[in-house]
Design a protein around this ligand. Sequence first.
Ligand SMILES: *Cc1c(COP(=O)(O)O)cnc(C)c1O
Length: 479
Amino acid sequence: MKIHRASPLEPDQATMVDMANLVTQQVATFLTTLDSRPTHDRTVPEVEEKLAESFLSGPPENGTPFASLMDQLGTAAESAIESAGPRLMAALPGGGLYSSALAEFFTRALNRYGTLAAAAPALTALEEGVLRWMAQDVCGLPPGSSGILTTGGSMANLSAVVTARHDRLGEDIGRGTIYVSEQAHYSVAKAARIAGIRQQNVRMIPVAENLKMDLGLAAERIRADRSAGLRPFLLVATAGTTDTGAIDPLTDAGALADREDLWFHVDAAYGGFFRLTARGRERTAGIERADSVTLDPHKALFLPFGTGALVVREPARLHAAHEGSAPALQDVGTSDALPDYAQRGIELSRENRGVRVWLPLHLHGLSAFRDALDEKLDLAGHIHSKLSAVPRLDVPWHPELTAVAFAVRPRHPGATARRDADAATRQLLDRINSDGRAMVHSTTIAGRQLIRICVLAHRTHREHVDEVLDVITAGTAEL
Ligand SMILES: *Cc1c(COP(=O)(O)O)cnc(C)c1O
């Protein structure tokens, strides 16, 4: 007779359902009350510190009831910037789709091996379908293009730099040089360093007044470097800078890369999925010339944190830069039709990342995403026009995406007035964030303090934006 040994590691069916019910109840309550929650709460830092400290201790010898642990997790999650909520307008908020979280629960519970096609062919096909959609439909790369789902944009940029380096330089990398605008995300320079490219060989190309890369200067620098015996190999354009959403001239950047025989990478972590809208498609025209593109579904596709993508014109080049083999893998067959993602990226063991993108896209349909992104573009336009109407504020750039930067105007020309204006801008920032309801951040561009509002979460609507605009108007009047 078979003896069943009950293991606490394997709950029975009724317990599983009970546990999941508890979690979904808690989550549903949390998500349906987001609108009334503060975005950040600075009232009692000592209590928060104590709480954080309590979570530093190690696990107990014997187990703890599930409900009590979920209580603890709830308390921990409350002690945070409300990054799922509608009033976070700092950084690049995405909100986090419930449907994607459920997809993730499913994938994790079934624990399919997501990195070798033969281990789960249909799920690999599903992930590959998501990637081909991103490469071909979203970015307009040719048939055959695909890529890899990563954990974020930084990892995608890293694999892009490594692929470009491998493809264009081989192993002789010491004289390799990269060209990127000074408004590009810092992850590009970081990727270069990790990829063994000298920091001094990462050329930060100045931007024009509109914060787009000055391609004339880039071309001069490439030629000068080549004459000096260096090996220019990569041009990185940004489709939506993190600060202001500026989109580099992609068509001309692609042509320059072509002429100079450089790998052309577009960092579209912010702007890429705006191509689902007519305006986004028009503003990012030229992206289809890229050799590789970084996308971030956890930004403009509203997914929970942890999903990025690198799509490439020729997957064989991605493969060549990332392939590897081991005797321990010799029994797992390869598939001709489907990729082994271990050969396209840095990781070996990983979850199937396609499901958490696939489920929301199929459940809600593309139109739901297009409408939400169009709404955010409209909101940014609304913010720009409202702030431009306040005489004391300077709103220098019309938003191409959904970030609007602005500052208090200096009262007159000169360095002192400018310092005063910077101080007033910081004061206004504190005023906006003071009651904890909403949160915006500042940035520094060309030495100048600016406040930056970014609407990107799917939960942010007109009423949330108007609330912040009212605070800004009132705060400016008090300066
Ligand atoms: C957010 C961002 C990144 C980094 O992406 P992570 O997912 O945070 O690693 C890279 N480039 C741009 C333009 C970004 O906006």
